[in-house]
Write a protein that binds this ligand. Structure first.
Ligand code: 4NP
Length: 206
């Protein structure tokens, strides 16, 4: 009787060990599938170039540049190919809508300009592939921030891509000027955004 009872105990133990092993194998496979999926997602996301436009206040130049670029990407059916955002080096206007003059010049050109101003963050230097500075002062400030924060972001001067001019390196700050400054601003941003698209199209399609 005792022998029979011992044998039963052993059988139960073996059954339990077997069941636990099956669960263990199941969870290991499940975790590895989950890991592969996450990895695949990250790889896909990493193949999508991302651009951050930066000016001082994030209410005039950079949000308009981002809206123009998004508009042209949509026209080319490339909305999902390139991620676009904007930010400011300063924090005075955080949470504010874009300057009404930028919104107005965008609207005249059938472009929607919405969203709220935000300041550049540490994560931006790790998250974005390219950061385009609107002027040389923004460029210097961004370089100083990157020395502190690190990150892969390639910081460039926006007008490096503007082949219509060799001498002007800055997108002039229109904040204290009149409405005509915003029309000029639109033209500079618009033509340069097309040049950036040409540059990046190669990157996305190769
Ligand atoms: P943004 O223009 O840098 O193109 O957005 C400015 C907006 C606000 C100020 C300066 C520039 N500000 O001094 O408040």
């Amino acid at each position: 009787m005792l022998v029979y009872y011992r044998n039963c105990l052993w059988i139960e133990r073996i059954k339990l060990t077997f069941t636990l092993s099956i669960y263990d194998i199941y969870f290991r496979i499940r975790n590895s599938v989950h890991f592969s999926r996450t990895w695949l997602l990250l790889m896909t996301t990493n193949n999508q170039p991302s651009i951050l436009f930066v000016c001082l206040g994030n209410i005039c130049r950079s949000p308009l540049a981002a809206a123009i670029l998004r508009h042209h990407l949509a026209e080319k059916g490339m909305t999902t190919k390139i991620r676009v955002d904007s930010a400011g080096t300063g924090n005075w206007h955080v949470g504010s809508a874009a300057d009404p003059r930028s919104i107005s010049v965008a609207k005249t050109n059938d472009i929607t300009l919405d969203g709220r101003a935000r300041q550049v963050t540490q994560e931006d230097f790790h998250d974005f592939d390219y950061i385009f500075a609107m002027d040389r002062q923004n460029f210097k400030d961004l370089q100083t921030l990157q020395e502190r924060y690190g990150g892969k972001a390639n910081i460039k001067l926006f007008r490096e891509f503007d082949t219509a001019t060799e001498s002007a390196l800055d997108v002039a700050d229109p904040y204290y000027g009149g409405t005509t400054g915003f029309q000029d601003l639109f033209e500079i941003l618009d033509r340069t955004c097309w040049m950036i698209i040409d540059h990046l199209t190669e990157e996305v399609t190769t």
